[in-house]
Design a protein around this ligand. Structure first.
Ligand SMILES: *[C@@H]1O[C@H](CO)[C@@H](O)[C@H](O)[C@H]1NC(C)=O
Ligand SMILES: *[C@@H]1O[C@H](CO)[C@@H](O)[C@H](O)[C@H]1NC(C)=O
Ligand SMILES: *[C@@H]1O[C@H](CO)[C@@H](O)[C@H](O)[C@H]1NC(C)=O
Ligand SMILES: *[C@@H]1O[C@H](CO)[C@@H](O)[C@H](O)[C@H]1NC(C)=O
Length: 336
């Protein structure tokens, strides 16, 4: 046995021993949703792009029975609840290889017809196949947690790697602070965070009573309409010229120079306040030389605040399935 071989075996053993975390690059698709690519099947040659489902439990793969068979995927039974077929497959996630179960829609009447998705959210019924739980139950990861970090995505292109998802334990090299645990609001559907009485724009407190939800499917953040209207009022007072296309609820401005930070007050488990800050470059995007679009839109509900993934660029955010809550750490130097 030569030294290279010994080295390779040592690395393989180390990888095995350190498998408490699985890290997979994240990309953006043409609908501006975050996704990851995994190799499916025994041959490993069937590449599938999976969206990440955190607000419903959706673990689906959009391939026909014939295609799946060709990929070397094993049929394990019907999933009548979702009008689907369950498959067990070898799946390569990042550097790690494991067996996972997914549902393929049986025709376009299935609730899972559409796109391939991995469920990382709350499992309410046994027939919902939860990828995070499966990774945990098969001891691929040591905790039922996942962590999302995003690079500066202002100028990112489609398909380019723009961040990372870490399953299991956090990657300490991504953070520059400790994690704080955020209080949740009892909810059987999705991860949320308790928000305090107001959010702050510049120095101005804008009253709002909300629960914060996280959205990995959209760059946009939705805020209660009354809060949105107050924000427009402040823009007007501060001489920020905006243009509102009320048909599609889209707000445009000429320059972001005068814009200020938005701070969302979240309640920590220890009752201290955590201030989640969105910089103007994080809540706007440039669409022409003298035109920016605000990634904020009004929602009808007064009680909900939906945070788009663009708002997470300065943070490393953890989702804990067991406690159904989130924790947040400061992201270290945000590479472009
Ligand atoms: C996948 O489904 C099969 C058959 O129902 C089951 O035996 C196996 O434990 C499941 N695997 C995982 C990872 O849940
Ligand atoms: C669903 O499938 C049926 C039968 O295969 C087809 O006739 C129908 O057009 C499909 N509907 C959609 C919305 O794709
Ligand atoms: C599952 O995901 C697909 C693709 O995003 C979507 O069309 C479908 O509505 C989802 N189903 C459920 C039950 O969440
Ligand atoms: C928000 O409020 C404004 C002013 O009251 C109203 O014109 C608009 O239709 C509302 N929009 C939504 C999305 O509720």
């Amino acid at each position: 046995m030569n030294t290279t071989k010994i080295l390779l075996i040592t690395i393989a053993l180390l990888n095995c021993a350190l498998s408490e975390r699985i890290s997979v690059p994240l990309k953006l698709n043409s609908n501006q949703q975050l996704y990851l690519t995994a190799n499916v099947g025994n041959s490993g040659q069937c590449q599938v792009d999976f969206l990440l489902s955190i607000n419903t439990c959706n673990s689906s793969i959009q391939k026909s029975a014939k295609q799946l068979e060709q990929c070397g995927v094993e049929f394990v039974g019907l999933n009548p609840y979702f009008k689907g077929l369950n498959y067990q497959s070898q799946i390569q996630l990042g550097n790690s290889l494991q067996k996972l179960n997914l549902t393929a829609p049986n025709g376009n009447k299935s609730q899972f017809y559409g796109e391939s998705v991995l469920c990382l959210g709350f499992q309410r019924f046994d027939f919902e196949l939860n990828t995070l739980l499966q990774l945990y139950q098969t001891q691929q990861i040591s905790d039922q947690k996942f962590f999302i970090s995003l690079n500066n995505i202002a100028n990112s292109q489609e398909v380019q790697v723009i961040g990372q998802i870490d399953f299991g334990v956090p990657d300490a090299s991504v953070t520059s602070s400790k994690f704080v645990n955020i209080k949740n609001v009892f909810n059987i559907i999705s991860y949320d965070a308790l928000s305090k009485d107001y959010f702050i724009y510049g120095g101005v407190k804008v009253p709002t009573q909300t629960t914060l939800y996280f959205n990995l499917d959209s760059p946009f953040s939705g805020i209660p309409n009354s809060t949105f209207q107050k924000l427009l009022g402040i823009f007007m007072q501060q001489g920020i010229n905006y243009e509102l296309d009320s048909e599609v609820n889209t707000l445009y401005i000429k320059s972001i120079e005068k814009l200020q930070d938005i701070q969302i007050q979240l309640v920590q488990s220890d009752n201290n306040v955590f201030s989640l800050t969105l910089k103007p470059t994080e809540y706007t995007r440039k669409i022409a030389d003298d035109r920016f679009q605000l990634l904020i839109y009004p929602v009808f509900s007064e009680k909900s605040f939906y945070l788009g993934y663009t708002a997470l660029q300065s943070y490393y955010i953890g989702f804990d399935l067991k406690t159904q809550s989130v924790s947040i750490a400061q992201r270290n130097n945000n590479q472009a």
